[in-house]
Design a protein around this ligand. Sequence first.
Ligand SMILES: C[S@@+](CC[C@H](N)C(=O)[O-])C[C@H]1O[C@@H](n2cnc3c(N)ncnc32)[C@H](O)[C@@H]1O
Length: 621
Amino acid sequence: MLTKKQTQVLDFIKVYMKKNSYAPSLDEIKRKFKLASVSTAHYYISKLQDAGFLNKEHNQPRAVSTVEAKQTVEIPILGAIAAGQPIEAIEIPDETITITRDEIGKQGKHYALRVQGSSMIDEGIFDGDIVVIRKQEVAENGQTVVAVIDDNEATLKKLYRENGKFRLQPANPTLFPIYRDEVEVRGVVVKIIRNLESQLDQGQSRDEKYVRKIDYSWDYRGEKTKSHTHGIHTYPAMFIPQVGRRLLETYSKEGDTICDIFCGSGSALVESRLIGRNAYGIDLNPLAIFLAKAKTTPINPQKLTKEYLALLDRVEKIKDKEIQRPDFKNIDFWFKDKVIVKLAKLKKAIREIKDETIQNFLMVAFSETVRYSSNTKTGEFKLVRVKGEKLQKHDPDVVGIFRKHAEKNIAGMTDFYKDAKKDIWTKIIYGDSSKDNGIKANSIDCIITSPPYGDSRTTVAYGQFSRLSAQWIDVFDNPNDASGLDNDLLGGRATKNLIHTLSSGYLKESLEKIAKQDESRAKDVLSFNLGLNECLKQAHRILKPRKYFCLVVGNRLVKQVRIPTDFIIAELAEKIGFTCEDIIVRNIPGKRMPVKNSPTNIVGALEETMNKESIVVLRKN
Ligand SMILES: C[S@@+](CC[C@H](N)C(=O)[O-])C[C@H]1O[C@@H](n2cnc3c(N)ncnc32)[C@H](O)[C@@H]1O
């Protein structure tokens, strides 16, 4: 659906093209509508392109010079339809919506209805959406129909014919089907239009400074996320590759240099390599750096397989007395003696590989083996030891676990080696993104990143998660240093007091609410935001003017206070010299995040921490 202004811009383009056979320039659009800047005209064009009213030119998603207006059609909205309990069928034309012809096909007559209720959510139809219906009186089994039953009551359901009866099936597992002998079909659903405005994040009032737009097309529910080298090692809060790719494709072009300032295990870097962007990655976790390098360094799969098979042979022959037990604190608490011996043999055999890239790549599978064969609960990010009988029975097949991971990883590398673009580089920097890491000013075409969600106590303990692996694979000079990592990451050290000069009303409000309940938690939150603000300044320094910076962030709860990190970033960034162009909200179907925690520390009081995240799109002025 288009806003009034968007429709006016579209109409202007159509009329202009009819007259001139080419599209108006951004400057002409700006002048026609007395817009503040060309970038506002650009904004309207991209909205029309995103909504499918204008074509996108390959690799130049924002070029207006080649746009072609598509044929559109105006459809009447005939009222509301219940996706829940049936409601009286009322057909009073009130408004219309404009959509492109190709979205609904050339045949048939159409009308639209607003959806009320949640009985069709598994079909992606939500309360407040608009459904476009093709008028017809018959439907095939399984089609989503407008059905009128009983005394002129209309409902939206999936229709099935069974044993001479009709079953109207909700697409919501908590609801029961409706059975009737007679059903009048008034049409089938051919298109769902999200009513984004009605689905703004809970608690967002109309007078907010920024607008969040829920966009289900960013969910990628059920899609494969472990292709290429993406799945070679677990890491908390990884990018969904599809999200990284879409951001890169929308806000950068082939041959550009991009940067992920919190690159973690390197998901955005893998995608940039696959679609031809040079990339810098920065992270302060040595394990992340190690993984990101392994994921983005193409290795010839034949050489890799040969070394792997030779390694398996060598491992068998290593004697107990030849190995060196690693020396780090509490090793016997986290590993059984038998496991330590097997891990040490594997490590020795891997270290004997001469080619360093192959050695590192196989070390990644070893790192996963460390986690899976340790005495920890593998489903947790924090280090929690299994207990009692479970611990007694714990007898992992160390070499078997390694083989499983190594073989899966080699298959991933085979695809990556084949698909990674040649003549493209990836540079990974171990550093603190709130400081100057040596990247030149005004040199980066696009920054894509997902910052940590906050301090490790209530969100993700990167240090704890990485500790055992890091200690075994020698990524720290002193293996015992791994324990301190969480303090060094963003928000790791609380501020001394709550005095600050950050210019964000949203932050101020959140801090006040949290401080009323717990001052020390407010200091954690302030510390995180002070660090983040420094990172935004560095990002501004390295980015070229007029280029984009996209941050995927979560709005977490602290002491029952929802912190609008997306709005806070927008406010802080605008003070630094960015403009916030968009805040898109996506659901998180499969991200490895703690879905529930207990911020109240009351047993049984579970709160959802993360089931949505925002993509904040900033542009350097
Ligand atoms: C949400 S994760 C990024 C995950 C990444 N997108 C991926 O797909 O694996 C955030 C990362 O920020 C890193 N980090 C935290 N504070 C940092 C800082 N001050 N400088 C650089 N990296 C930092 C953490 O180590 C963590 O890897």
